[in-house]
Design a protein around this ligand. Structure first.
Ligand code: ATR
Length: 275
């Protein structure tokens, strides 16, 4: 019998997850399909109950429902700590957060172990939480730099330990970035259509820095282009998308996903959408 999966969000038309998962199912000849569902916030509770009643096996959850959905599905301990669910398994009746795996998987694919690295994270929004938790879990020394400093401080307080927060001003970032191993951009700066924007002064980048940008449209953001020019190892946002999706796939189907096929599908999809 055909197994049905999907993604819920608002908006949802731009999601690359259907392409990515369906390509994986085709490659492994699985009798599965993955659909996008446009669900408004006021319909979230009914959508979850309805999906379960219809026998849908699993759902990804995207903006703006990742936090709110926790009222309707039991989160596992990691999702509980991050405060957001992006994957529901209706067989186990559990909510998971695979964004943290997206971060560690992307870095590992480039041969980098978060280990005890010194990380500078730009941003303190929704996408930042899973990144920050992955860093803390791995024992990194994390500095959060956010335009609205109080928001960064709140996240740092929540994470506890040695996490600190600073503003996004050049003079605050300069001494920290000089001592950092990894820079992770979790802000939306540089995202299509504002592709000529960069979250920090590129002259602060140094060749020992690994630069990971969560923005995936365009695939090579201005930040990654500038980092590449300065000899930094760079990782783009497509990797994050693929590795979080791969972990959802594994939770639902219990087998290893074809990573290259998924990555290719996302990169092709982006080309179709943005040229
Ligand atoms: P998401 O869920 O995608 O993370 P978000 O929660 O709205 O989206 O967070 C966006 C992040 O990008 C925030 O850290 C935001 O900074 P503020 O907390 O100061 O709003 C950051 N951001 C967005 N536009 C920015 C800009 N032009 N300059 C600097 N930071 C920006």
């Amino acid at each position: 019998m055909m197994r049905i999966f999907g993604v819920i969000g608002d908006p949802i038309g731009h999601s690359l997850s259907p392409r990515m998962h369906n390509a994986a199912y085709r490659a492994l000849e699985l009798e599965c399909t993955y659909l996008p569902f446009h669900v408004k916030s006021e319909d979230l509770s009914e959508a979850i109950r309805g999906a379960k009643a219809l026998g849908i096996q699993g759902l990804n959850v995207t903006v703006p429902h990742k936090e709110a959905v926790m009222a309707f599905i039991d989160p596992d301990p990691l999702a509980e700590r991050i405060g957001a669910v992006n994957t529901i398994d209706f067989i186990r009746e559990k909510g998971y957060n695979t964004d943290a795996f997206g971060v560690t998987g992307s870095l590992r694919s480039a041969g980098i172990d978060l280990g005890d690295k010194r990380v500078l994270m730009l941003g303190a929004g929704g996408a930042s939480r899973a990144v920050a938790f992955s860093c803390v879990e791995a024992g990194c020394k994390l500095v959060i730099s956010n335009r609205t400093k109080e928001k960064g401080e709140r996240l740092a307080d929540e994470l506890g330990g040695s996490v600190t927060a600073i503003g996004l001003e050049r003079e605050r970032i300069a001494p920290v970035i000089a001592e950092s191993d990894i820079l992770i951009n979790t802000t939306s700066v540089g995202m299509y259509p504002e592709v000529d924007k960069i979250p920090i002064d590129p002259d602060l980048l140094h060749e020992d820095l690994i630069v990971f940008d969560l923005v995936y449209n365009p695939q090579k953001t201005m930040l990654l282009g500038e980092a590449e020019r300065r000899g930094c190892l760079t990782i783009d946002g497509v990797k994050m998308l693929v590795y979080q999706g791969a972990e959802s796939f594994k939770i639902w189907l219990g087998i290893d996903p074809p990573l290259e096929v998924m990555e290719e599908a996302v990169r092709e999809g982006l080309k179709d959408m943005y040229g």
